[in-house]
Design a binder for this molecule. Structure first.
Ligand code: CP3
Length: 344
């Protein structure tokens, strides 16, 4: 299929498609037995750095689920590792940063990195995946947005309240802006490296930005996310995603992106109306719905498609990633349902 005709890429440009394209955040992950089998052989970081293995894991869900896109197997924290902060993925604990950045001095001490030199395995994975996909579906590259990556760097891992992050933001605004400016620059290079290697769209994950007020988003985040998105190579659509963002959506659109990712806490039609029809949307089934049964979550899928009313510019996805306890059959049923129910 000519590149321009992939349903995902047409939807990102708000062009009509024969059905609503669907892919799922974390479609490569622990709910898949073939992923767990790979994790028996490789540690998580090891898997990310082994381009052949990472490419295999990227393609597995495309074969298994029939989704309309592949998403690169990698992690938003890979860009931090070469900065010398001690990135580890502890079993069960999730990611840990051994030497978190808490002060102006810590920010100054961060090693500057050129992602093209520091994470060559990521770009190699992109190339291998493109060959393996052989034009079946487009490949989505991704990175963490400056706020969400900074939150891991500052907190040292996951957080509930993001108090350390807010403390740096409120107490040392200059250090905050220096840090986010640096992350925006590094991330733009990192994504442009993925695009140059063959990624046909990119998603920017600002997963935890919903902890901020609109005023704080405007002052402390928007300029950096905007600079990053403006620095991206034109031609690959940008999906701009966050959770808990009901109050931030228009500002996220201002920051940029061809597609705005919605979580399940908003009604898709209302969110789209507030964003305006000059942008595409992605979402937004609650990932927990997939833990019930296809008969139970079917009406929820239909409700989301009804809210989108078949208008050009809807990419179906969950509101966040597939949960590890999700039955594979349910994920397959979801993808089939979206294709069936949205046929035009
Ligand atoms: O299939 C895909 O979506 C592509 C692969 C992907 C991973 N991480 C693999 C992964 C993507 C797109 C990410 C992005 C990512 N990583 C985000 C943004 C998306 C989101 O969920 O909000 C964030 C916040 C991270 C940081 C991260 N990495 C966390 C919080 C965790 C632990 C939580 C968890 O789900 O285990 C990881 C580890 C991780 N990244 C796993 C996978 C498949 C699980 C690790 C394992 O195999 O043990």
């Amino acid at each position: 299929m000519p590149l321009a005709d992939f349903p995902l890429l047409r939807a990102a440009r708000r062009e009509p498609t024969d059905f609503t394209p669907v892919w799922l955040m974390r479609q490569a992950g622990r709910y898949l037995p073939e992923y767990r089998a790979m994790r028996e052989r490789f540690g998580f970081l090891e898997l990310c750095k082994n381009s052949d293995a990472a490419a295999t894991v990227t393609v597995q869900p495309v074969d298994r689920l029939g989704v309309d896109a592949a998403i690169l197997f990698a992690d938003i924290l890979l860009v931090l590792e070469p900065m010398g902060v001690g990135v580890e993925f502890a079993e069960r604990e999730g990611p840990v940063i051994r030497r978190p950045v808490r002060s102006r001095e810590d920010v100054r001490r961060l090693a500057p990195v050129d992602p093209l030199e520091a994470t060559p395995f990521v770009f190699e994975t992109v190339k291998i995946v493109r060959r393996a996909l052989d034009g079946r579906v487009p490949l989505i590259g991704f990175a963490g947005a400056p706020f969400t990556v900074a939150s891991y760097l500052i907190e040292g891992g996951a957080s509930r309240e993001y108090l350390e992050t807010k403390l740096l933001m409120y107490r040392e605004p200059d250090a905050w802006h220096a840090l986010l400016g640096m992350l925006a620059g590094v991330t733009a290079k990192y994504l442009n490296g993925q695009i140059a290697a063959g990624a046909q769209a990119v998603q920017l994950f600002d997963s935890w930005v919903g902890v901020l007020s609109p005023d704080d988003y405007r002052e402390f985040v928007l300029p950096h996310s905007r600079a990053l998105i403006r620095a991206l190579t034109p031609g690959a659509p940008v999906i701009h995603f966050g959770t808990g963002t009901a109050a931030l959506l228009p500002l996220m659109k201002d920051a940029g992106g061809d597609v705005i990712g919605l979580d399940w806490r908003v009604n898709l039609d209302e969110a789209w109306a507030r964003l305006g029809e000059d942008v595409a949307v992605q979402g937004n089934l609650d990932p927990a719905a997939l833990l019930s049964t296809p008969a139970r979550f079917g009406p929820r899928v239909r409700a989301i498609l009804d809210r989108a009313r078949g208008r050009p510019g809807h990419v179906f996805n969950l509101g966040h990633g597939v949960l590890p306890q999700t039955p594979v059959d349910h994920v397959i049923a979801l993808v089939d349902m979206v294709h069936e129910l949205s046929k035009r």
